[in-house]
Design a protein around this ligand. Structure first.
Ligand code: SF4
Length: 382
């Protein structure tokens, strides 16, 4: 048994040595370091482990989630031959990831759409579905991403979901990672919801290789299970079907969860009414659509009422970019006013409806008085 296992380990580590992608992968680093740390099989394994260490480069990812993972097969063979020794080894890259401020606190392979939406979607080992759902952007979708590992990956989901009390549903869909060694993160995630973790932080009932959540507390696991409802759609790969479930969940949104175990403290600020704009020293704009030519026109005047530029184009974006690149604007509030007016003018051009430039709020008196007499036309001075 041990002899066969050691041969498998030698072969698999040799495969990883010949695969450049493994040189920078946490799976190979962790497995080789763990195996080199034990006396079991050392006389046979020492040469191949030393060679593996010699090809290590800086770790770029914890696990690439490959369909066949050589170090994982080696680790599995070792566990079968030396179960007691293996129980005390860290054969997977399960280091804690550093949190950053803001949300989501942990990086990962995901797309964020709307912070306050209630649904997270995990497409397991199907990245294409994540991209398609991002493009569909169904109402209610907050975040969508993949999951490749049954420990670090699930920990990241727990911490990112707990950090956003608006998230009340987690849909798992797509293909679970079915390797020869079997990470099975989808099955592990479903087991976590169904059974929780034991006293050693192992997900009860999980069939993955190492479903141990050592970087999240019991309180975090409890909050995750209590505040989030799991919708199991494993093997479902049709974006339209998943989008329908997202919309259905959104219609049943119970609102933000109270008492999350952790969250980033991002709060919604209710803002006051707009304050009066301050006069832009660069001057002011007159905006209008010219329907005969099918264009938008932007005239720029100095604060003495002297025209110094006329821009013409077909879209709001083209015109405000041209105004910015020509340095015709110097204040952010003026820029936002201009963007809004150009968008309204573009809409009116498209729909053939009348456009009247919005009267800007009166310029700040103190600033205005510091500028020699303003001769702007009525309703166009900003
Ligand atoms: S997951 Fe396994 S096979 Fe894939 S790069 Fe990492 S070590 Fe290599």
């Amino acid at each position: 048994m041990a002899e066969f296992a050691l041969k498998v380990i030698q072969e698999q580590i040799a495969e990883a040595i010949h695969a450049p992608k493994c040189h920078r992968c946490g799976c190979l680093h962790k497995t080789v370091e763990a195996l080199a740390d034990t006396q079991a099989g050392q006389s046979e394994l020492a040469p191949v482990l030393a060679e593996a260490k010699s090809v290590f480069t800086t770790k770029e990812y914890d696990c690439l989630g490959c369909a066949v993972c050589y170090p994982a097969i080696a680790a599995n063979a070792f566990s079968e031959a030396y179960p007691e020794t293996a129980a005390g080894l860290d054969l997977c890259p399960t280091e804690e990831t550093e949190e950053r401020s803001g949300w989501p606190p942990l990086s990962g392979d995901y797309f964020v759409l709307r912070y306050r939406a209630p649904v997270a979607v995990c497409t397991l080992n199907s990245p294409q579905i994540a991209s398609e759902l991002r493009d569909l952007a169904p109402e209610g979708l907050c975040i969508v991403g993949t999951l490749h590992t049954e420990n670090l990956g699930i920990e990241r989901i727990i911490r990112n979901v707990n950090a956003n009390p608006n998230l009340r549903f987690l849909i798992i869909c797509g293909q679970d990672t079915r390797q020869r060694i079997g990470h099975l993160p989808g099955q592990s995630l479903a087991s976590l919801f169904a059974n929780g973790v034991d006293e050693r932080s192992r997900v009860i009932g999980a069939q993955g290789k190492r479903p141990v959540l050592k970087n999240v507390s019991a309180d975090e696991v409890t909050a995750f299970r209590q505040n989030t409802e799991l919708i199991e759609l494993v093997d479902e790969e049709r974006p339209s079907v998943i989008a329908h479930q997202i919309t259905r969940c959104a219609s049943q949104n119970p609102g933000a969860a109270a008492g999350s175990a952790s969250h980033t403290g991002i709060e919604t600020v209710l803002v006051d009414e707009a304050k009066p704009l301050v006069l832009d020293p660069k001057g002011y704009f007159v905006v209008y659509p010219e329907s005969r030519r099918g264009t938008l026109v932007l005239e720029h005047y100095t604060n003495k009422g002297v025209l110094d530029a006329v821009l013409e184009g077909h879209t709001a974006g083209a015109l405000y970019q041209a105004a910015i690149s020509r340095k015709l604007i110097s204040r952010l509030d003026h820029a936002s006013y201009l963007g809004r007016e150009l968008a309204r003018a573009e809409q009116s051009l498209k729909e053939g409806t009348p456009y009247v430039q919005d009267r800007a709020p009166e310029p700040d008196q103190a600033r205005a008085s510091s500028v020699s007499s303003c001769e702007c036309p009525e309703g166009s001075c900003q």
